[in-house]
Design a binder for this molecule. Sequence first.
Ligand SMILES: NC(=O)c1ccc[n+]([C@@H]2O[C@H](COP(=O)([O-])OP(=O)(O)OC[C@H]3O[C@@H](n4cnc5c(N)ncnc54)[C@H](OP(=O)(O)O)[C@@H]3O)[C@@H](O)[C@H]2O)c1
Length: 254
Amino acid sequence: MNLKNKTILITGGASGIGLEAAKQFLALGNKVIITGRNQMKLETVKKQFPEIIVIQSDASKEEDAIALFEKVNALGGIDILYNNAGVGVPPLNLGIANKKHLEGAVYEMEVNYFGVIRMNNLFIEMLKSRKESAIINTTSILSIVPSVLEATYSASKSALAFYTKTLRSHLQSINASVKVFELLPPLVDTEMVADRQDKKISTTQLVNGLIEGLKNNTETIRVGDSKAIYILNRFFPKKAYNLINAKKEYTKLK
Ligand SMILES: NC(=O)c1ccc[n+]([C@@H]2O[C@H](COP(=O)([O-])OP(=O)(O)OC[C@H]3O[C@@H](n4cnc5c(N)ncnc54)[C@H](OP(=O)(O)O)[C@@H]3O)[C@@H](O)[C@H]2O)c1
C-alpha cells in the first residue's frame, strides 16, 4: 500500500514500538495521531514532535474509545488504524492458580484483545469510506508458540491472531477495501521487556520490517525471529516450543 499522505492513528504511541512507528510514518509524509494513558508521556512526545497529534485514551475503556473516535472524526478521520497498545502482566512467580494471575489475564484481554475489537468496530465504517485504508493488529511471536513465563499474554495474542485472520476474510467477503495486516514482533528492545536479558532487536529494525511489509502488502508481517519460529514450528513444533521456553525460564516459576 502507499504510505504517503495518509492519516494514521497509533494506539499506545508515546513510547516503544508505537513511538518509533510514529516517527517513521511522519518522515514518510503522513499525518500521525497517537494515544496513550499517560498524559505526561504524550506531552513529552508533543514537545519533541509538534506535528504529532496526541490524544489521551485508554484502550481498555469503552468511553475513552468512543471519545477518541469522536475527536478523530472531528479532525477529518483516518486511513490507517494501527492497534499497537498492548500490555503484559508478569506472573511474578505466582504460578497459575491464584486471584492475581486471573486479574492479570483479564486485564491483558481487555487491552490486547477486546480493546482492539472495540477500536475496529468503531472505526470500520470510516475506514471503509476511504480510498485506500488498513487496520494493523499487533500480535507477537508468542501467538505462534506460547511462553510459559507469559502464558496469559501469549493466549491474548493468539486470540487476536485468530480474530485478525477472520476479520480479513470477512472484509474480503463483503468486498471492503480495508486491508488487514498482522504484525508479529519478536523480542524488541522496549520498556515492556526491559528486564529480559535475551536477544532483542531494536524498534527501528522492527518498524523497518513493518513498513516494508505494508508497502509490499504482506498480510502477515513476521520480523526477525518471528519468521524463524514460524517455519520451525510448522515442521518441528517441539523444538520451537523448547526454544521459546529455554530451561532457565521454567526455573523462574518454581
Ligand atoms: N517489546 C516486545 O518484545 C514485543 C514483542 C511482541 C509484541 N509486542 C507488542 O507490541 C506492542 C507495543 O509494545 P512495546 O514493546 O512498544 O511496549 P511498551 O514499550 O510498553 O509501549 C506500549 C505503549 O502502549 C501504551 N499503552 C499501554 N496500555 C495502554 C492502554 N490500555 N491504552 C492506551 N495505551 C496503552 C503505553 O503508554 P501508557 O502507559 O501511557 O498508556 C506505551 O506507550 C504491544 O502490543 C506488545 O504486546 C511487543
